[in-house]
Design a protein around this ligand. Structure first.
Ligand code: DU
Ligand code: SF4
Length: 255
C-alpha cells in the first residue's frame, strides 16, 4: 500500500461515464492554444511531498489545465496563482507550474482534489463526488499522521473532505462546520487508523503513565476561497490572502 500504488489504480478508473466522456471529449477538441499538446485525459493523482504536513484540497481537474498536463493545478491560471503563493511562502522551489516535467517540487505540502476527472462547468454531481471519495480517503490515510493541516479551497472541497473524514472515523461536529474564507476547524480521530496496531505501545516494554492512550491524531481544516479566476480576477481572493492562509498552515503544521 503506497501512494504510487494508489495512483496506478486511480489512473485506470472509468467509474463515472459522464466524466470519462467529458475528459476525453475535451482532449479531442482541445483549446486552440494547446492544439499541439497531447492531453492526459485521465484521472489526475495528487502531487507533491509524500510526507506532507499540509494537504491542499481543491475541487477537480480543469479541462485544459490538469486534464491536459496530468498534474494537479498545472497548466492554468488557478495553478499559477496557487504555486506562486507556495513559492513566496517557502513551500515550492519555483513560482510556475506549466507541465508535469517542469521541475516543480513541493516541500511539506501536497495538492489533491476530491474529484479526479475534469467535470463539465467545473461542477461534479453529488454522485460523482461520492464515487470518487474513496481516492481522497485513501490518500489522507496513506499520508497518515504526517498530515496536520488541510487547506481547503472552496465549499465543494470542504463538504467533500468533511464527508470523507467522517467516514474515516474523524470526529466531525454536527451540524457540520460551514465553509468560509478563514474558517479554522480542528478535528480529532475517534478510532485508530485502520492497520494501526493498538497493542503496539506494549511491544517496546514501555507502558505510558497510567495506561493513558496516546494523544489523538488531529487535523486542522483551513477554509480559503478557491484560486479560480472567478475569485482571483475579481479580487475576492488576493495573493496576500492566500499567502496568509499558507503561512498559518505552515505554522500549524510546524513547518
Ligand atoms: O521521484 P519523485 O517523484 O520526484 O519523488 C521522489 C521523492 O520526492 C518522494 O519522496 C516524493 C518527494 N517529492 C516531493 O517532496 N515534492 C515533490 O514535488 C515531488 C516529490
Ligand atoms: Fe473514477 Fe473519480 Fe474519475 Fe469518477 S471522477 S471516473 S471515480 S477517478
Amino acid at each position: 500500500p503506497s501512494l504510487a500504488a494508489l495512483d496506478d489504480h486511480l489512473i485506470q478508473c472509468r467509474a463515472c461515464p459522464r466524466l470519462v466522456a467529458w475528459r476525453e471529449h475535451v482532449a479531442e477538441v482541445k483549446r486552440a492554444s494547446f492544439r499541439d499538446d497531447d492531453y492526459w485525459a485521465r484521472p489526475v493523482p495528487g502531487f507533491g511531498d509524500e510526507r506532507a504536513g499540509i494537504l491542499v484540497v481543491g475541487l477537480a481537474p480543469a479541462a485544459h489545465g490538469a486534464n491536459r498536463t496530468g498534474r494537479m493545478f498545472t497548466g492554468d491560471r488557478s495553478g499559477d496563482f496557487l504555486f506562486a503563493s507556495m513559492h513566496r511562502t517557502g513551500l515550492a522551489n519555483q513560482a510556475t507550474s506549466v507541465s508535469a516535467d517542469d521541475g516543480l517540487r513541493l516541500t511539506g505540502i501536497r495538492v489533491t482534489a476530491p474529484v479526479r476527472c475534469a467535470p463539465p462547468d467545473n461542477k461534479p454531481t453529488p454522485e460523482e463526488r461520492r464515487r470518487c471519495g474513496p481516492y481522497l480517503a485513501r490518500e489522507v490515510e496513506l499520508l497518515g499522521e504526517t498530515v496536520r493541516v488541510a487547506v481547503v479551497l472552496g465549499g465543494f472541497g470542504w463538504q467533500a473532505l468533511l464527508s470523507t473524514l467522517a467516514e474515516q472515523g474523524w470526529d466531525v461536529p454536527r451540524p457540520r462546520p460551514r465553509f468560509t474564507h478563514g474558517a479554522e476547524v480542528t478535528l480529532r480521530r475517534r478510532t485508530p487508523a485502520p492497520g494501526t496496531d493498538t497493542a503496539g505501545a506494549h511491544h517496546d516494554g514501555e507502558v505510558p503513565d497510567g495506561g493513558q492512550p496516546p494523544p489523538a491524531q488531529t487535523l486542522t481544516l483551513l477554509g480559503c476561497f478557491h484560486v479560480s479566476q472567478q475569485n482571483t480576477f475579481t479580487g475576492r481572493l488576493t495573493p496576500q490572502m492566500l499567502d496568509d492562509v499558507l503561512l498559518r498552515a505552515r505554522d500549524l503544521a510546524g513547518l
